[in-house]
Design a binder for this molecule. Sequence first.
Ligand code: C2O
Ligand code: CU
Length: 468
Amino acid sequence: MFAKHTRRSLLRGAAGLTAATWLPGRSHAREFKLNPAPAKVPLVGGQRPETDVWAYNELVPGPPMRVRQGDRLKVTVENGLAGETTVHFHGIRLPNAMDGVPHLTQPPIDPGGTFVYEFDLPDAGTYWYHPHVRSAEQVGRGLHGALIVEEREPIRVDRDVVWLLSDWRLLPNAQISDDFRNMHDMAHNGRVGNTVTMNGRVRESFAVRSGERIRLRLINAANARIFGLEFTGHKPKVIAYDGQPVAPHEPADGRIILGAAMRIDLILDMTGKPGERFQVVDNFYRNLEYRLLDLVYGTEQLRDKLLDSPMTLPPNTMPEPDMKTAERHEVTLNGGMMGGMMMRERGMAGMSMMEMMHTGKIWFINGVAMMGHVMDPMLTLKRERTYILAMNNETAWWHPMHLHGHAFRVMSRNGVPTRLREWQDTVLMSPREMVEIAFVADNPGDWMFHCHILEHQESGMMGVIRVT
Ligand code: C2O
Ligand code: CU
């Protein structure tokens, strides 16, 4: 008789039962252990020495967590670093106490200390985890990993693959340059490195089969680097941004733009012939184009006709913003190199380069540079109401802006409505761009709102949004 009911009606009908008696995923959590600690890994490979990193369980990236929508996740973190840390599960709409923000949502985990994160996974999608303490250095030394939440009924593909992209600034001896938080990186485009790894290695190639359909989950775990990927000879289709389903489409000019912390799920149909080889290039920064790797076709032909199965993902569970009753707030981004001048032009008290160097305050949200993780909220929102944040990037730099605990719809760019009203948790803003996002403030607590260029975050581009 259950077969006749949808899952939803079952849930309603079972209201009288205690959840633990039957809800799948409630009775036992999916458990993982994370041990952040120093390690050595062969990032570059070949004859080059191993690199000293900070890693979860001696792995870079950290152990991939693959779970299912509706599961409960339990992650025990044992801190083997010399300093404090936390783990933040980027993009997951979880209870505030599990958000991993030091001092704001939990005390930081001391060296030798332990913390247990446990929460339900309401949405499917591609997410990742990383520390939120001194993130520029901790993420930049290797602490980051993939968190994949599979749909209850996944779409049909031949392979579901994660490419987690990391960016490193390595010295000729393959060791990490320790110039974290230097003034130049902080005031410009962040710590853009010189070595990109895919799943923890510099790669030459990625083996594919003719006729194959791949779901490719791209994760940008870099401190600052923005990727602009071109899959030469292929036509990838975007099916999700930041884990959130979107109407399948080919990206404008075929380029996959991925700001720091963003994720994109692609459907990649392998339309080449056995034995062929195609480059995947990253040409985001002008004159700094490089080849990420080659797609290398094996001799096998998986099928002659490509799969023609649906690629639209089932929707996630965010409440729909009510634009008629939405309350609008302006959010202005200022600062950085050339930013003082731009602020003074607008009659604001822009800082000189000297002042920035002395105070460490380089970036501002609504005129405030937030240092550390505890501050009065920049906005206090009422639970269940819809809000529009009208964000204005009055800087000469790109900023991937991230809100914790929620996903938002990107409604417009420079006053032009977006075609897809895509859900995201990190929206990349170009210099001087205006972006409007909308969301229902349905998750109570104090949530970080910050630029995910970690050097910008640590020099002020951060705020707290309170949902009461
Ligand atoms: Cu990826 Cu504040 O987080
Ligand atoms: Cu920024």
